[in-house]
Design a binder for this molecule. Structure first.
Ligand SMILES: Nc1ncnc2c1ncn2[C@@H]1O[C@H](COP(=O)(O)OP(=O)(O)OP(=O)(O)O)[C@@H](O)[C@H]1O
Ligand SMILES: [Mg+2]
Length: 366
């Protein structure tokens, strides 16, 4: 896994003179800007909201006549991670774009670190990092050049840009590939480089828009570790995803969004409890055993005679053996079994009565 220590600690005092400042918004900002010390660690920036780093109230947005956000509200306490979970077209990217000052909302209020995204956009930009759904790196530059360029955009000196790039390349396991053009990177490497680029200024609040869509399982796991570490280092994170499992593994709380509305909010456990438990699905050898099997196992099981299938809610994998033992004792033969975990589809089916639109995961070009 990657060796990490992305500095995200905060301090309220300026630690360098303004001539030394590396921050682009310094002159206009009323607040004390972030200043990198000589080793980039820690980055000093005050997160002013004691409780919530991100507050979104009743956000609305329409494109032409199409209402895309219909009163989205949620908040993210400092240092915690919220997953905005929803299918294609739910309004996730639109929300992220508004929160990162790239798009004006029609109505509602967004406060980032206590600053209004519309009236104090410079102050907002000073504390956020954005990794968009589509990688924003320059294909023709090398990994190192991409990061150094980002450093220069943040007004780091040439030397500091180099040092920060080296640090991030190391942390994201990209040192070996650092001299190759980014267009030669795999999808997972691109995502890591993209995330690294958004961390050049070590912002305390991160917006990650579908950071793992299109990644293979191994790269997804690696990216999860990266994100977990960012949170450990103190970042406040808004993550959008289409995968319940991802939200479950990473986030402290989840807001389910559909057609521009938050339709459910809570911890992963709370949501799963609404969706239903894990289910053990068994196909029996004899249809005639179905009802006997239903009496043998716990309450809440359902049967499908045509498929010779019984679906049994279970508390966890440990219960599987118990169920199988009981069926064996009752001389019920099983043809096949599968374990079914609640998915985003289940959440949607339960919450909206319809299936979430299936997504073909887009492939990040290699
Ligand atoms: N600039 C735009 N002009 C017109 N319609 C737009 C624009 N941007 C987004 N939309 C529409 O707004 C809706 C929400 O889009 P958005 O990109 O926020 O969804 P999403 O939840 O991020 O979906 P995905 O999972 O596919 O990324 C979609 O119907 C989309 O077509
Ligand atoms: Mg999107």
């Amino acid at each position: 896994m990657f060796d990490f220590s992305i500095p995200l600690s905060t301090e309220r005092k300026r630690t360098k003179s303004s001539e030394d400042s590396v921050w682009p918004h310094e002159r206009d900002a009323e607040i004390v800007p972030p200043v990198l010390n000589s080793k980039f660690s820690p980055l000093h920036y005050p997160l002013m909201s004691e409780t919530s780093a991100v507050v979104v109230r009743n956000l609305t947005k329409a494109f032409k006549k199409v209402q895309v956000l219909e009163g989205v509200s949620f908040s993210i306490p400092c240092g915690s991670m919220l997953a905005l979970l929803g299918p294609n077209g739910a309004g996730k990217t639109t929300t992220v774009r508004i929160l990162s000052t790239l798009l004006r909302p029609d109505g509602g209020e967004v406060l980032i670190n206590g600053f209004d995204v519309q009236k104090q956009s410079d102050e907002v930009r000073a504390v956020i990092g954005l990794t968009g759904q589509y990688a924003a790196i320059d294909e023709y530059l090398t990994g190192r050049e991409n990061l150094e360029m980002m450093g220069r955009l943040y007004h780091l000196s040439k030397e500091d840009s180099k040092r920060r790039a080296t640090e991030l390349l190391e942390q994201f396991d990209l040192t070996e590939a650092s001299t190759r053009a980014a267009k030669t990177y795999s999808g997972g490497m691109r995502r890591r480089l993209d995330l690294a680029a958004s961390l050049v200024a070590a912002p305390p609040i991160l917006f990650l828009d579908e950071p793992t869509t299109g990644l293979d399982p191994r790269s997804r796991l690696a990216m999860w570790e990266v994100i977990k570490q960012l949170k450990k280092d103190g970042a406040t994170i808004l993550l959008t995803t289409q995968y319940l499992e991802e939200a479950d593994k990473l986030a402290d709380s989840i807001a389910v969004i559909d057609h521009g509305k938050v339709i459910a909010e809570g911890t992963a456990d709370e949501l799963k409890a609404r969706v239903g438990k894990e289910r053990l699905e068994l196909v029996l050898e004899r249809e005639g055993d179905l009802e006997k099997a239903q009496k043998t196992v716990r309450e809440g099981s359902s049967i499908d005679k045509e498929e010779r299938r019984i679906s049994i809610p279970i508390e966890g994998v440990s219960e599987v053996k118990d169920v199988l033992d009981r069926l064996q004792q009752a001389s019920i033969s099983i043809e096949s079994l599968s374990l079914h975990k609640p998915t985003l589809d289940d959440v949607f089916l339960k919450l909206t009565g319809r299936q979430a639109e299936a997504k073909q995961s887009e492939t990040v070009p290699a």
